[in-house]
Design a protein. Structure first.
Length: 156
């Protein structure tokens, strides 16, 4: 099932949406209505937006500046890749890497500012890590909802 790919920071939600659209175009009789297909596409886009701004929003909420929020973004991406490789426990390595990477990215970028104390930068890093956790978790929940909608529409 494509949804499980979302746990590994892969585009599982989009694969569900693309498959539903492709199936609808392939089959001569209608399985999914156009409003259903548009709705799941919007949900997938919403999940991406929430995940994308999760770490940056968490860093910003903890008081980080532009450098720190960008550090969260690049740190989360780098951390997810490294976490998958260095901690090869399915799902755990990728999540932990993304959260830790966002935190380290924010922390390191905020330390480059002269007006930020290391303890305050660490607090901003923790905020970024929590933001990534919440953003990715929300995307997974949205993916589960997309699965339910597709299953209901296909079988009912």
């Amino acid at each position: 099932m494509f949804w499980f790919l979302t746990f590994f920071a892969l585009p599982g939600n989009w694969l569900i949406v693309i498959s539903a659209w492709a199936f609808e175009l392939w089959r001569p009789e209608a399985i999914f209505s156009t409003p259903t297909l548009v709705f799941i596409t919007i949900l997938a886009l919403l999940g991406e937006i929430i995940e994308f701004i999760g770490g940056m929003g968490g860093a910003k909420k903890a008081g980080a500046g532009l450098r720190g929020t960008l550090g969260a973004l690049f740190g989360a991406i780098t951390g997810a890749i490294l976490g998958t490789v260095l901690l090869p426990i399915p799902i755990v390595g990728t999540f932990a890497g993304a959260c830790i990477g966002a935190g380290i990215g924010t922390w390191s970028m905020e330390l480059t500012r002269e007006d930020v104390h290391p303890g305050r930068a660490a607090k901003m890093g923790v905020g970024a890590g929590i933001g990534v956790l919440i953003g990715t978790g929300t995307k997974i929940v949205i993916g589960a909802f997309i699965c339910l909608i597709v299953a209901f529409a296909a079988f009912v």
